[in-house]
Ligand binder design. Structure first.
Ligand code: SF4
Length: 360
């Protein structure tokens, strides 16, 4: 797994600066709480956050208003027919989200009240870690984070972190790091402020650094690296490979294995004779030619045993396994190839799972 470098400590007054900015610059949105002392309504936060997953906040307001006018309370949503909910969702797309909203409303109604912790919220249909954190912090003042792409962009710029935000572990790392400086008494405001800064000021293409509350402490701005943050590596495409592999036994029952090349997949590990191929006929003939080439004798044609597959991070091997029993002892011509007894296989030459699972 790729290593994640830890995020540096945030500037001392970063939380204070962004909360002050939020107080005066936040947009007046129908699902937002009216003042500092009141809390947002969990039902309203939830509906707006689910809608925000596919639509910009400004665009979703009319949809939101129409939806809560039709279903003003959680009970109203729980009691509505699926057809009515889908109708009210019209124009927003991703209808599975509307179905899940209704299902979750039914579950919350049965529970008697909205769950307050992110863990409990995340058990409801359609609620992922981001929405769970947003509802828990905005409506219940729970110390929870709501980390999405916007928040990752804003904070990696603040501390000029080169953490790769495409890695699944990055979200967790940023979430844990945010918890270390999230103000104890205002987690909801803090999360909303980060979201608002990402939406209004620290935008992806042309951030308005001159009016940003962090302009004097933002490290990416100071170092001129704003355009390079966040780092987001391109996802490698997952590809399929056809592999022909062979179990070759000598007359003493020893298995033919080899040390794989120092570079590439399973580099330097022990493996079975194997190669990639395009179609079934060439696979078998290529495998036979490989064995002939590496051993001191001409091998009998390998017999097909079974198909199997092994999934690596970026490659799936579709394996055709063959078996070949030699009638006489053979000596590998390649020093990286050898015949191993079953005991030696266990103690000296352990095979990686991709191969060991093929053994009888
Ligand atoms: S100063 Fe610029 S880059 Fe830094 S957080 Fe603010 S808007 Fe983003």
């Amino acid at each position: 797994m790729k290593h994640l470098s830890p995020l540096p400590a945030p500037p001392a007054d970063a939380a204070h600066l962004i909360l002050n900015w939020f107080e005066t610059h936040k947009r007046d949105l129908p699902f937002r709480k009216p003042g500092r002392t009141t809390r947002a309504d969990p039902y309203h936060v939830w509906i707006s956050e689910i809608m925000a997953q596919q639509t910009q906040i400004d665009t979703l307001v009319p949809y939101y208003n129409r939806f809560v006018e039709k279903f003003p309370t959680l009970d109203a949503l729980a009691e509505a027919s699926e057809q009515d909910v889908l109708k009210a969702w019209e124009g927003l797309g991703y209808y599975a989200r509307a179905r899940n909203l209704r299902k979750a409303a039914i579950e919350v109604k049965a529970l008697g009240d909205f769950p307050e912790t992110p863990e409990a919220l995340a058990k409801l249909p359609g609620i992922g870690p981001y929405t769970a954190g947003a509802v828990a912090s905005l409506a219940f003042n729970e110390k929870a984070t709501a980390v999405d792409g916007n928040v990752m962009r804003v904070v990696t710029r603040l501390v000029d972190s080169d953490v790769d935000t495409a890695l699944p572990a990055a979200r967790n790392a940023i979430s844990n790091w945010l918890l270390t400086w999230m103000p104890e008494n205002r987690p909801g405001d803090f999360n909303e402020a980060l979201m608002e800064l990402g939406a209004l000021v620290c935008t992806p293409k042309s951030p308005a650094c001159l009016i940003c509350p962090w302009r004097s402490c933002c490290l990416a701005r100071a170092r001129g690296t704003v355009a390079q943050r966040p780092v987001k590596s391109k996802k490698l495409k997952h590809r399929q490979e056809k592999i022909a592999a062979a179990l070759v036994y000598d007359p003493d029952g020893r298995l033919l294995i080899l040390k794989r090349p120092d570079k590439g997949l399973l580099a330097g590990l022990w493996g079975l004779p194997a190669l990639t191929y395009k179609n079934k006929q060439t696979g078998l003939s290529q495998l036979t030619a490989l064995l002939d080439d590496k051993l001191s004798l001409s091998v009998p044609e390998p017999v097909f045993v079974k198909k199997d597959r092994h999934v690596f991070t970026h490659i799936t091997w579709q394996i055709a396994l063959y078996r070949c029993a030699l009638n006489e002892a053979a000596v590998p011509k390649d020093p990286n190839w050898l015949f191993a007894t079953p005991d030696a296989l266990k103690s000296q030459y352990p095979l990686p799972t991709a191969f060991s699972k093929l053994l009888p």
